[in-house]
Design a protein around this ligand. Structure first.
Ligand code: PEP
Length: 260
């Protein structure tokens, strides 16, 4: 059974002081938590050194929001896998729609980053998802299928089994509009089917697929109850302990009910 994974993508929010106070509060509220779901915080690079010290002894894990495909060298402004590993990062978000849109990241570049992340021991959280125009034009399956094939190009089954994919319909990110549980699960099924065709059903069944797009404490339980939804990549609602805890709680309850 796949364990649910809830990751908070802070984007460009929280300085070191806000990071420290947020994690202090979250840790306090997670005191009775028993590791039923995985929880990952993905702060900005500048907060990682504070976050890694703060999460010690807690169930929280650390992720970055991006990573260079290069090992080191003259790449101004970039951050390498080695630098992130030294800070205690175990996860890295790759190919977020904001990186695709604002920084023109292609499936090919994301694929190179995924390969680097896997080669250096990271768990990549690889984002895919269609825009509203693409959905309206009936292109969702084609777009998402092409993205999945592109980002997983030339990987082995063993590598794919270690990856986390986040299905994030672009029209649902930061908009307050959430995909219905059925819409989201259909996207997840499509991703699993695409992986099965490229590799095998056994591999596809291993891949943790998160949903992302305006998840909050009120809609998380319905989303997480879907058979192909293995948790969430959370933006806005991961910035406040109250809302993030509501989502974690929904994950814990869903895990408990599917174990019954
Ligand atoms: C995200 O940016 O990955 C995201 C899902 O954002 P939000 O939860 O704010 O829609």
């Amino acid at each position: 059974m796949r364990k649910k994974l809830i990751a908070g993508n802070w984007k460009m929010n929280k300085d070191i002081h806000e990071t420290a106070s947020f994690i202090t509060e979250l840790k306090e509220r997670l005191k009775d938590f028993g590791n039923e779901v995985g929880i990952v915080l993905c702060p900005p690079f500048t907060s990682l050194v504070v976050a890694t010290a703060q999460i010690k002894g807690s169930p929280l894990r650390l992720g970055a929001q991006n990573m260079s495909e290069h090992d080191d060298g003259a790449y101004t402004g970039e951050v390498s896998a080695k630098m992130l590993a030294a800070l205690g990062c175990e996860y890295v978000i790759l190919g977020h729609s904001e990186r695709r849109q604002y920084f023109k990241e292609s499936d090919q570049l994301i694929n190179a980053k995924v390969k680097k992340a896997l080669a250096t021991g990271f768990t990549p959280i690889v984002c895919v998802g269609e825009t509203l125009e693409e959905r309206k034009a009936g292109l969702t399956d084609q777009i998402v299928g092409t993205q999945v094939k592109g980002v997983l190009h030339e990987l082995s089954s063993a590598e794919v089994g270690k990856i986390v994919i986040a299905y994030e319909p672009v029209w649902a990110i930061g908009t307050g509009v959430t995909a219905t549980p059925d819409q989201a699960n259909a996207g997840h099924k499509l991703i699993r089917k695409t992986i099965a065709k490229m590799f095998s059903w056994a591999t596809a069944e291993m891949v943790v697929i998160q949903y992302g797009g305006s998840v909050n404490g009120a809609n998380a339980a319905d989303l997480f109850s879907q058979p192909d939804i293995d948790g969430g990549l959370i933006g806005g609602a991961s910035l406040k302990a109250d809302s993030f805890m509501g989502i974690i709680q929904a994950g814990v309850e869903q895990s408990a009910s599917s174990n019954r």
